[in-house]
Ligand binder design. Structure first.
Ligand code: NDP
Ligand code: 8X3
Length: 253
């Protein structure tokens, strides 16, 4: 029987790159995201290029009802899940806390923390029944350090860091491995989303240094996926060579 992976947030960036790499390794793929047409396009491409089966499920991870509807009711042939990449996430806004936008905070908390929890609960129960599985959470350097105006985004990624550790303990008896990857700056749609469509401000984030590409992070995730069954990479911090920590860059402007 072929291997099966779920990638949340596969419509762009790191999620899309990891879905492509998993397909090249002959994983059948369940891909999710809110943008239905991008998801269908990717599903077609993965099948055409790699000959794998795909199941494109378009829903919002913030809705427990949707997560349960789509992932809780997977057809039998899709339930033997080997890998879950908990990637869907976002930053919205970059304001000092006292000037924060409550709706931005709620979007980040609901997506990065509660969405990841909803997906993890449903999928880890399926994995527990199968007595196998590997969950890889997208954390961030923002889950290790806090930077100016990063307040709530950093808090959500610190929460992911804690949840990864908690999940690793709770899922240990079922033979489920839990890993986490913490990237520094990766040039994806991340900053366009953070700055609510302001492309110029988003481009500025990556000026003067070479950021990571989505494929760099996907490569590292594939290393975790390909480790032999008795090995688990608990945590990996991956940074552009020109970024020392969450806020210190060697920019040549
Ligand atoms: P992108 O914006 O390119 O991709 C984010 C993905 O998440 C999209 O596919 C988006 O799909 C999906 N998503 C966002 N909100 C929801 C939602 N409510 N329901 C379902 N899917 C959702 O950003 P990245 O690829 O950079 O980000 C991927 C992950 O990596 C995130 O968790 C991010 O926090 C983390 N990360 C990113 C870094 C960076 O510098 N870029 C660094 C460290 C970590 P859609 O819009 O179609 O729903
Ligand atoms: C995304 C990168 O710079 O906000 O997690 O920490 S950053």
């Amino acid at each position: 029987m072929g291997k099966i992976a779920i990638v949340t947030g596969a419509t762009s960036g790191i999620g899309e790159a990891v879905a492509v790499m998993l397909a090249k390794e002959q994983y059948d793929l369940i891909i999710t995201g809110r943008r239905e047409s991008k998801l269908q396009e990717l599903a077609k491409k993965l099948t055409a290029d790699c000959g794998v089966k795909t199941l494109a499920l378009s829903f919002d991870v913030r809705s427990l009802e949707s997560v349960e509807k789509y992932l809780g009711n997977l057809p039998q042939e899709w339930r033997n899940i080997d890998v879950l990449v908990n990637n869907a996430g976002l930053a919205v806004g970059l304001n000092p806390l006292n000037d924060g936008v409550v709706d931005d905070w709620e979007r980040m908390i609901d997506t990065n923390v509660k969405g990841l929890l909803y997906v993890s609960k449903v999928v880890s129960n399926i994995m527990a029944g199968n007595k196998k599985g590997h969950i890889i959470n997208l954390c961030s350097i923002a889950g290790k350090e806090v930077y100016p105006n990063g307040n709530v985004y950093c808090a959500t990624k610190h929460a992911v860091d804690a949840l990864t550790k908690g999940m690793r303990i709770d899922l240990l008896p079922y033979g489920i491995r839990v890993s986490q990857i913490c990237p520094g700056a990766v040039e994806t749609e991340f900053s366009i989303v953070r700055f609510k469509g302001d492309k110029e401000r988003a481009d500025n984030v990556y000026k003067g240094f070479e950021p990571l590409k989505a494929e760099d992070v996907a490569d590292a995730i594939m290393y975790m996926v390909k480790c032999p069954p008795h090995v688990n990479i608990n945590d990996m911090v991956i940074m552009p060579a020109a970024q020392a920590n969450s806020s210190i860059f060697n920019k040549k402007l």
